[in-house]
Design a protein around this ligand. Sequence first.
Ligand code: NAP
Ligand code: HSE
Length: 441
Amino acid sequence: MPDTSSQTPLRVAIAGLGTVGSGVIRLLDTNRDLIAARAGRAIEVSAVSARDRSKDRGVNHQRFHWEDDMAALAAREDVDVVLELVGGSDGPALALSRATLAAGKGLVTANKAMIAHHGLALAEAAEARETPLKFEAAVAGGIPVVKGLREGTSANALTKVYGILNGTCNYILSEMEATGADFAETLGEAQRLGYAEADPTFDIEGIDAAHKLAILAAIGFGARVDFANVRTTGIVAVRAADIAQADALGFVIRLIAEADAQDGRLLQRVRPCLVAKDHPLSGVDGPTNAVVAEGNFSGRLLFQGAGAGDGPTASAVVADLIDIARVFENGGEVGAPFSMPVAQLAPLGPADSADRLERTYLRFTVNDRPGVLAEITAAMRDADVSIESLIQQGRGSADGEVLVAMVTHEGPERSVAKALELLEGSESLTAAPLVLPILPA
Ligand code: NAP
Ligand code: HSE
């Protein structure tokens, strides 16, 4: 290891000592010498802040200065970079981030909600002060996908970015698949393991994946972040019966986030999809994330790894710190947070997908009585939807409710929407149909 003891250390403050903040302290302690060698100097924690000073966090944080008010971290003279590891799109996390950049200090955050909502304004503030704003940990935990798209694919025009961006949903779906356990049971375990957001509805309703997708789309397509136009469906309507049905048809169910840019329009969607068992994303289990980026010269690239949890997320946070240590040390270029200056990001409007072609899985919950199947298939015929396969499950409940599941041939999205419109209000249906697209190969 090179001797870096004569170099000035990079001094860091940590706001938030939960799963990620404690993980960062553990990582900085464990890999201290290696990090100093790679950064060209030591990285030292000066001060920390959280809500409860006396809480046992499994790491010794009592050796650092404590600030009750985390906003004070940004003003400390012994701090070069602030780590915002608190969470929440607004409130104290945003106030601290703004104050940090305004003070000309570097900011590292794992907060995808804040970057999805306020990333452009924060990036403008960072650019104005020529200070670093980095958020590798905000997308896909330990996978260096922000760096991968900002730097690794920067020579390409990307055609598509898609993947599995929420560890909690992926853990829940793959646990339901492997054990037949119910939704609530597996969500509780994901929370216990530290994967879920403080408010887990952000995970299961797809909002967390939408935050991450909006960030990746901005970097990948050189577009302004547009979280408001991510069309988002979560996994709460997926039943164990759908997972079994998908399995019988040769698929698994995964929450897929996808974005593409065509003709100056950006399509961003998060939705549970059927993924064929021979597709590379079908084997992505547990809290693992995976991102596929398709470049016009690189071809298809797959980034895969742990998407949540203390160790992987801390790994991404500290990698950002090492980058900053090198830049500050060498007086180098900080680089635009979204790969190009905010003023150059394109304001792409939202794309209409009604004419896009896809195969679809449809599940109807129906009263088991004569004519029901005919009514559903007539709606398909009238909307010009061609059925590839159809399964009706035997009577499973005392009240005569059965499931009818089908897979359509490839056709425009508008046709399936039309069929569902024709069935709206039908007394044969006992619940809203579930519509899951089939991810193309
Ligand atoms: P967490 O375990 O809930 O920790 C949050 C920390 O922030 C706690 O230490 C808490 O203090 C502190 N805090 C909350 N509100 C505060 C306030 N008003 N003032 C001062 N301190 C406050 O959360 P986390 O899982 O570490 O997540 C932190 C950030 O990383 C979030 O933006 C999250 O989305 C992101 N992230 C998490 C993961 C993951 O796997 N967990 C992965 C990627 C990104 P107390 O401990 O005293 O209550
Ligand atoms: N709640 C998030 C997830 C944490 O489950 O993916 C990682 O960003």
